[in-house]
Design a protein around this ligand. Structure first.
Ligand code: GRF
Length: 189
């Protein structure tokens, strides 16, 4: 089945750009229908450059978080989205939104979940002394970084190198992982 993607971002958008590249190359059976960000960020500029439909919706312009998420949901539905991809989206989604899109939201996280949930997961792993870390794509539930794991990729930590090298190495693997997961999901549905 063709996956109609709604991509939610808050930052650089490198995963989003990579997904767009693979859509264009027809490596994956997906279309990006809309890119939404909760703030002005590098990723939104990149989406515009790629001629993707994109929008900034700032939560503080809404009455409360629920009405903000209702608007996000309506926009996704209006654009025929059937899979919501979180790619560096830094806000936790509310229970109602998650229920509406049950098993239709996936997220990428820069650690081998369930280890190192939350922010700065790469740094958490680097400081903890583990030998391997990596990245995970999982379905999103109402809690933080706890939903069912879809797939992971492993990265070996080299402590002779600075943390920023690890972050880069993981991001590189994230790009491959997200594409593999989209391939898998489009075949399953
Ligand atoms: C990635 O490390 C992702 O795992 C995390 O946020 C970062 C987003 O990177 N959730 P980008 O915006 O796709 O470049």
């Amino acid at each position: 089945m063709v996956l109609n993607l709604g991509i939610l971002i808050s930052g650089n958008g490198s995963n989003m750009v990579n997904i767009a590249k693979h859509c264009k190359l027809k490596n994956i059976n997906c279309n990006i229908k809309i890119v939404l960000s909760n703030k002005n960020c590098g990723g939104i500029k990149k989406a515009k450059k790629l001629n993707l439909k994109s929008m900034i919706l700032e939560p503080n312009k809404f009455k409360n978080r629920e009405s903000y998420e209702n608007k996000v949901s309506t926009l996704l539905r209006d654009h025929n989205v059937n899979l919501v991809c979180l790619a560096g989206y830094m806000l936790k989604l509310g229970k109602k939104f998650v229920k509406k899109w049950e098993k239709k939201i996936i997220n990428i996280h820069p650690s081998l979940l369930p280890a190192f949930k939350g922010i700065n997961a790469q740094e958490q792993a680097y400081r903890e002394g583990v030998i391997f870390t990596g990245c995970t794509v999982h379905f999103v539930d109402q809690y933080l970084d706890t939903g069912q794991i879809i797939d992971q990729r492993i990265v070996k930590i080299d402590r002779n190198k600075p943390l920023k090298d690890l972050v880069k190495k993981i991001l590189n693997e994230e790009h491959k992982l997200y594409i593999n997961v989209l391939k898998k999901l489009s075949k399953e549905n």
